[in-house]
Design a protein around this ligand. Structure first.
Ligand SMILES: Nc1ncnc2c1ncn2[C@@H]1O[C@H](COP(=O)(O)OP(=O)(O)OP(=O)(O)O)[C@@H](O)[C@H]1O
Length: 279
């Protein structure tokens, strides 16, 4: 079982240091023309915990998430993942180093079968090399391993019966499950989830929550961006709040949602989000 009590003694302050951070960002600035979308002085994600990144619309969450996953490049700043520098590394290299993010299914992926989507997810595994691709005996062994791993994950995510269906035929919730299952094909240390609950009907919500908690129990670290406060409260060990590009609060869900700066940020820009206990 992961030991999340390690966060118990940590100050509830933005940018606070953690005992064993797997991801560290320092002085990250991203501007679009005259607009500073992200200006985060310091941010650490504790290993083997579930951390939520929340904030009102336009706070800079997606931009920061893209920077952390190397899908975008900051004008200033640096970061490390598991001790290695993050800057100017391609997303594929990041995946190989053990950090993976989920993607919404694009049109091209929707046209492919569930199983082919899973195979694509295996492309950037740490052990993969050009040699494997060009030596047929190695290739077929690898192919068998990938198929086996995909079948295991599809069973676990209750998508096995759909393995030959096109990904585009799946329901909103099943797509989210496939996005997660596909990400796990790369055997990551850290999983970055972009709004895992968006478009998921209540029937599958519970199952998705359980799968995310399970990732932590298997030793992975999870960072997710989410608007659904109910989910944030249910599964997060730690919550980081952004507003106007900056990190304005950090701490356990209950604490940050009581924070005056957080309540003001939401009241100012996102009237339909209820931060109260009932949510
Ligand atoms: N490619 C871009 N070009 C110009 N401005 C951008 C770009 N991407 C983001 N922005 C701006 O940067 C700011 C932060 O946007 P971002 O999407 O990161 O916020 P967010 O917190 O993820 O919002 P939401 O919760 O609504 O998705 C916004 O003002 C947005 O308009």
């Amino acid at each position: 079982m992961p030991d999340t009590t390690v966060l118990d003694g940590i100050a509830h302050e933005p940018g606070v240091a953690k005992p064993d951070p797997i991801l560290v960002a320092d002085g990250v600035v991203r501007r679009f023309g005259g607009l500073t979308a992200v200006d985060v002085k310091h941010f650490e994600v504790q290993r083997n915990t579930i951390t939520a990144l929340i904030g009102p619309n336009g706070a800079g969450k997606s931009t920061f998430f893209n920077l952390l996953t190397s899908f975008d490049t900051a004008q200033e700043g640096s970061g490390t993942f598991d001790g290695d520098p993050l800057r100017k590394v391609s997303p594929h290299k990041v995946a190989r180093s053990g950090m993976v993010r989920t993607f919404q299914l694009t049109k091209a992926l929707e046209g492919m079968s569930v199983m082919d989507n899973m195979r694509l997810g295996a492309q950037h595994q740490p052990g993969e090399s050009l040699l494997t691709a060009f030596v047929p005996p190695l290739w077929s062994k690898r192919e068998r391993e990938v198929t086996e791993q995909a079948h295991d994950l599809l069973h676990r995510f209750k998508l096995y019966a759909k393995r030959d269906d096109s990904a585009g035929s799946l329901s909103g919730g099943q797509r989210k499950l496939l996005e997660m299952a596909r990400a796990l094909m790369s055997k990551p240390k850290m999983v970055m989830l972009d709004e895992p609950m968006a478009g998921v009907n209540p029937a599958l919500t519970e199952s998705l929550l359980e799968h995310i908690v399970e990732l932590k129990h298997e030793g992975m670290t999870v960072l997710f961006v989410e608007h659904d406060m109910h989910m944030v409260r249910r599964i997060s060990d730690w919550v980081a709040v952004m507003a106007q590009g900056q990190l304005i609060a950090e701490g356990p869900a209950g604490t940050v949602m009581q924070n005056k700066a957080v309540q003001d940020a939401y009241l100012g820009e996102h009237h339909d989000t209820d931060l109260s206990e009932g949510n």
